[in-house]
Design a protein around this ligand. Sequence first.
Ligand code: PBG
Length: 308
Amino acid sequence: MTASITIATRESRLALWQAEHVQARLAAELGITATLLGMTTRGDQILDRTLSKIGGKGLFVKELEAALADGRAQLAVHSLKDVPMELPEGFVLAAVLEREDPRDAFVSNDFASLADLPEGAVVGSSSLRRVTQILSRRPDLRVEPLRGNLDTRLRKLDDGGYHAIVLAAAGLKRLGLAQRIRGFFEIDQMLPCAGQGALGLEIRAGDDGLAESLARLNHVPTLLACEAERAVSRALGGSCSLPLAAHAHWQGGTLQLEAAVGHAEIHASPLLRASVSASVADAGAARELGQQAALRLRELGAGSYLPG
Ligand SMILES: NCc1[nH]cc(CCC(=O)O)c1CC(=O)O
């Protein structure tokens, strides 16, 4: 039985909220006392370039993994969508917590929806996944890069740099900023990123006592849905330079998985879409469903969309 641990976390308001949320659940449900160790990652420092150009999402997790490796911390809390599909040797995901709202949100001070934006309006987003889906609906819009933590992005909107921005609903809700949301994109209109809205708890491989305790926090429906979503990216060799979306939801005991891929360079190319479902009872079956979706996307020509 683990009685007290240290949690490594990034220091953005959202990351701290998430780490404190886990800290509270550890105390209430597992009797584990946790201290937070705040860290700045390379991903937080480099704000002038898009993630795909500076080495991808792994930048948000590497420093936290270093803290796990050298024993400064035992647990790292991540937004699951920031966790690379393949964890480095020596680390495992010990639990996936129940998902918040997985949708993307339309945020604007002057306009109610994407459809309301005047021709040529400027939308802020640095996510290739969002850029591609925005342009596929509104090719006339100008999508400009927008990075930084949530407060920074909202400030850049308020400063007048954009007519609207697109953000994950989960982050806004967690920070009490839901009033900034003018509308939600329906899942099929702006397919979310694999793992969006879910939290992943990462530990060292072999830390079996802690793994056993944390497994009790798993939300199995979220875990299986996210396994399927992440398997799509893994099978396509998804990186930050590929606009890739995957979202699974439950209809009774059936897991329904939607996946979409956009062209790595030509953002105005149509998205390829696959929709598969199966009755899924374990992680292996969930991953198979994800691989099936990836296969469908390849049959539709995803091979020519992947970066060379
Ligand atoms: N890429 C950054 C990031 N990582 C997790 C969230 C929000 C919370 C979540 O989706 O779980 C965000 C902000 C955003 O995409 O708008």
